[in-house]
Ligand binder design. Structure first.
Ligand code: DX5
Ligand code: ZN
Length: 228
């Protein structure tokens, strides 16, 4: 599971977030972006506690994981939930290739990163806009992915926080071999500055699924990000 994802993210990638997809035809929406070249599908989990909304969980993940894997892709699970250490096993069993939790959501980030790797997934840690880059410095070597939120977590379609590229630049010397992921307000106009700052995994929700032609929107963002 994790090997496939690690190999995929050696190249810069745009990861469509299905949060903005039409859930009545989720399989078709996933096919549309994968046919356009996407190989990493971003899966947003919200619990009504860490962030106000409630979204989707392991049951829906299990519903798309085989489709994504059969098409040569991987599912990037983003947990915006309190006490994520209690839920990681269920997401790993449902087909997650990477599991990213929020540093702010648990006092046990170090142990949780270990536990995610033990379950056979890539391990990721996310930080909110108000959390300094230093918060992940002690996790170097344990995280495969460091996710820098470029909006406050909880909703798709928010405005990009303009200081995000500068924050990515400050993260680069702190993360070692980990890839830097960005999430929130990523589109063809913001992706370039994030790529120049050192990000290589670009989550985009509304800019893809809210566009009249999601395949074209994917291609435009990938071109702007220098992604494959
Ligand atoms: C927000 C989620 C994002 C969301 C991004 O809390 O983590 O993944 O889908 O949406 P856009 O790309 O519309 O900002
Ligand atoms: Zn996300």
């Amino acid at each position: 599971m994790s090997e496939r994802m690690w190999e995929l993210i050696q190249s810069p990638r745009v990861a469509p977030s299905i949060l903005s997809a039409d859930f009545a035809k989720l399989g078709a929406q996933v096919s549309e972006v994968m046919d356009a070249g996407a190989r990493v599908i971003h899966f947003d989990v919200m619990d009504g506690h860490f962030v106000p909304p409630i979204t989707i969980g392991p049951l829906v993940l299990g519903g798309i994981a085989d489709q994504v894997h059969d098409a040569g892709g991987a599912v990037d699970v983003h947990l915006m939930i309190a006490a994520p250490e209690r839920q990681i096993e269920e997401f790993a069993e449902a087909g997650a290739d990477s599991i990213t939790f929020h540093e702010e959501a648990t006092p046990h980030a170090h142990r949780t990163l270990h536990a995610i790797r033990e379950l056979g997934c890539l391990a990721g840690v996310a930080i909110n806009p108000g959390t300094p880059p230093d918060a992940v410095a002690e996790l170097r070597g344990l995280a495969d992915v460091v996710l820098c939120m470029s909006v406050n977590p909880g909703w798709g379609g928010q405005s990009f926080i303009e200081t995000s590229p500068a924050k990515v630049e400050r993260l680069v010397p702190l993360v070692g071999e980990a890839k830097i992921e960005v999430d929130g307000g990523v589109d063809a106009t913001t992706a370039g500055s994030l790529a120049a700052a050192g990000a290589s995994l670009f989550v985009a929700g509304s800019a893809i699924f809210g566009a009249p032609d999601p395949a074209q929107a994917y291609a435009d963002i990938a071109a702007a990000a220098g992604a494959v």
